[in-house]
Write a protein that binds this ligand. Structure first.
Ligand code: ADP
Ligand code: MG
Length: 337
């Protein structure tokens, strides 16, 4: 059973990106205002995420890491609407993390339990094996994933070999959340092998923070260079930022292109291709910086396509692509005239 668990889990947690993705999404789903991500030794030794969210109810302590346990679906009918407020709903991530990590330790405190947090330790099968009360001022949840892939030698070897690359890939993926959730204050740290903690990146967070502020926090003042607000609304809404018709960053910005559907990071090559084509028809050679959030009614969406939910199915995908193309062309034409 343990092996089967490991194999099926492997589809959710395939690399460092998926570890931080799942932890951060859980923190966002918990309604957090502040999320800290700490890598130790680029994630090889430890990945730790701390939030100030609603915490885990003591009634769920035994269940959290069991396969298919989720607190986010009370009724199957909700499946079609889910995603409006939660990124997760399959109850697979915590269970999968248990199967690939040396240890999974969750410390959590609901407002009701405060100031008595509980530290929970789960085994490879996601079974709660240790529980103790700790007092330390935590309001929310802290999850520690130690020594990922220690029991999967091939993946471990691969991770060690490509550690810096994998680390940067995962930090870059986190940029999605740092940019699109202005209300949340994110901080990313790495602790080196000497135990010294370095700040890598952070956003301010709060009700007055905007996506543009976040781009500046992440990329410095040039993060705002040549960007204009994008705001197109009909049955669906396109919003975010895009390079203006004349500037961009003076180079291809293919590394600064972020697409979301209802604030969920998505992979949609077709839409990116459209954006780049339109932009290049005005700007000749470059790809623009883009942060594009497509707001759609959930009835047009199926987010349940891949385990990591980055590939979503949009009904009328082609139609939306054409709407996007036309609207962007209009948008840039208006800018020029
Ligand atoms: P899902 O996110 O699909 O519900 P997960 O396996 O990621 O499933 O998490 C299982 C459950 O653990 C969640 O439904 C939630 O109840 C709880 N949980 C995990 N992380 C947190 C967190 N940071 N804050 C509050 N609850 C959490
Ligand atoms: Mg989750």
């Amino acid at each position: 059973a343990s092996d089967i668990h490991r194999i099926t889990s492997g589809q959710v947690i395939t690399d460092l990106v998926s570890v931080v993705k799942e932890l951060v999404e859980n923190s966002i789903d918990a309604g957090s205002n502040k999320i800290d991500i700490t890598y130790s030794n680029y994630g090889l030794d430890l990945i730790e995420v701390t939030d100030d969210g609603r915490g885990i109810d003591p009634a769920d302590f035994e269940l959290v890491c069991l396969k298919h346990h989720t607190s986010k679906l009370s009724d199957f009918k909700q499946l079609s609407e889910i995603g409006v407020s939660t990124l997760g709903f399959r109850g697979e991530a915590m269970s999968s993390l248990c199967s690939i990590a040396s240890s999974v330790i969750v410390t959590t405190c609901t407002p009701k339990q405060y100031p008595r947090a509980t530290q929970l330790e789960y085994n490879h099968m996601g079974v709660l094996k240790n529980k103790k009360v700790v007092v330390g001022g935590l309001k929310g949840t802290n999850v520690k994933i130690t020594k990922m892939f220690d029991n999967l030698p091939v993946r471990k070897k691969n991770l060690i070999k490509n550690l810096k690359k994998e680390f940067h890939k995962s930090v870059n993926f986190l940029m999605n959340y740092l940019i699109i959730y202005p209300n949340i204050r994110f901080t990313i740290f790495n602790t080196n092998s000497q135990g010294r903690k370095h700040l890598l990146m952070g956003t301010k967070g709060g009700p007055k923070t905007t996506i543009l502020d976040n781009l500046i926090s992440v990329y410095g003042t040039n993060g705002a260079y040549g960007l204009v607000p994008l705001d197109i609304e009909m049955n669906l809404k396109f919003s975010g930022y895009i390079s203006n018709s004349s500037f961009g960053l003076g180079r291809s910005s293919s590394d600064r292109q972020f697409l979301f559907v209802n604030q969920r990071p998505i992979t949609m090559k077709k839409y990116l291709k459209t954006i780049n084509e339109v932009y290049r028809s005005f700007n000749h050679i470059q790809n623009p910086v883009i942060v594009l959030n497509i707001e759609l009614d959930y009835k047009y969406l199926d987010v349940n396509v891949t385990p990591d939910k980055r590939i979503v199915m949009i009904h009328n995908e082609e139609l939306i692509n054409e709407v996007l193309r036309n609207e962007l062309i209009n948008f840039y034409q208006k800018q020029i005239t």
